[in-house]
Design a protein around this ligand. Structure first.
Ligand SMILES: Nc1ncnc2c1ncn2[C@@H]1O[C@H](COP(=O)(O)OP(=O)(O)OP(=O)(O)O)[C@@H](O)[C@H]1O
Length: 296
């Protein structure tokens, strides 16, 4: 199973270039698309879901040219957009039976098996008789997944599903994605580095409509090993460091000083110690590098 995008670009009528020559191959497993607000994540998701046309480029799913075979492709697709709809006062079970009927699953025994499985995978079996309208944000997101599992999609696209979820719900939701990621291609977008770290077999960093890097989280972290250094300084000290060093991030510690992480090929100076690289270092280093190239 493979989804291939070649030179996909999109400029909106207002002149914003949301996708800039995106070329990427996505294989089975959990694929995380990581980027800040406005990076182009939703534009890429909507384009793959064939809800909007790119200006140029090709998208191919298992040999099918999806831009010229939208109806056929959509039968294999499950898409959960960023904004989910308003649900009627119907139980999760009744609503899933209704959606399954609309999708043409008319045999009641078959439909019941499919609905039960979708509720089980998304951990909603216990609340199947409650109204979806009264569900919490996280339960609604899981219901969104249950709904798209009904027609057994091969490719699942989930746009920023963890935004706005509390930590417990986020955890439950990621567990559901982990479960379905074992036998589907799941592409999900996020601006939370930990989502990708906890879940993804493969990932890309997107900004300004461009893919800045693509690899496994492990390989990306390994590529920075030996180049990340830490020091502790005052608030004013950080400003000085920012002018002379490649500062990745800074955070307050217990003594109200700042722990500062710096990227450097070799020992950046006195007071620095080497530290293990993290995926957050990868993310910020990649964005910083791109920003300085864009400015230069
Ligand atoms: N329909 C549209 N018309 C014009 N500009 C748009 C449209 N949709 C998105 N944009 C712009 O395109 C750029 C990319 O937006 P997009 O929503 O794809 O990014 P994103 O990474 O999903 O961001 P967020 O995390 O905020 O949802 C942004 O500058 C946005 O303002």
């Amino acid at each position: 199973m493979i989804l291939s995008l070649k030179n996909v670009s999109k400029t909106y009528p207002n002149g914003v270039k949301a996708l800039d020559n995106v070329t990427i191959d996505i294989k089975a497993g959990m694929f995380g698309l990581l980027g800040p607000n406005g990076a182009g994540k939703s534009s890429l998701m909507r384009t793959i879901a064939t809800l909007q046309e790119p200006d140029t480029g090709e998208i191919d799913f298992n040999g099918l040219d999806i831009l010229n075979n939208k109806i056929e492709f959509r039968k294999t697709l499950g898409y959960l957009p960023q904004e989910f709809g308003v649900y009627p006062k119907m139980s999760a079970s009744d609503l899933l039976h209704y959606f399954a009927s609309l999708k043409g699953i008319t045999n009641k025994v078959e439909r019941t098996a499919i609905v039960d499985k979708a509720l089980e995978v998304t951990n909603l079996s216990d609340v199947r008789n409650k109204h979806v309208a009264g569900y919490s944000g996280g339960m609604k997101q899981r219901f969104g997944i249950a709904q798209l599992l009904l027609n057994n999609p091969k490719l699942i696209i989930v746009d920023e599903p963890t935004a706005g979820l509390d930590p417990a719900e986020r955890h439950r939701f990621l567990n559901v994605l982990r479960e379905i990621g074992t036998n589907h291609i799941v592409i999900f977008s996020t601006h939370i580095v930990d989502d990708v770290k906890e879940l993804c077999t493969d990932m890309a960093i997107l900004n300004g409509g461009k893919i800045l890097s693509q690899s496994t989280p492990k390989e990306l972290v390994q590529s920075l090993e030996g180049h990340i250094w830490k020091t502790t300084t005052s608030r004013e000290g950080v400003e000085v460091l920012q002018n002379s060093h490649n500062v990745i991030s800074s955070s307050f510690n217990d003594t109200n000083d700042l722990d500062v992480r710096v990227y450097s090929e070799s020992m950046p100076g006195e007071g620095f110690e080497p530290v293990a690289a993290t995926l957050e270092d990868v993310y910020f280093t990649t964005l910083n590098k791109n920003q300085s190239q864009t400015v230069a």
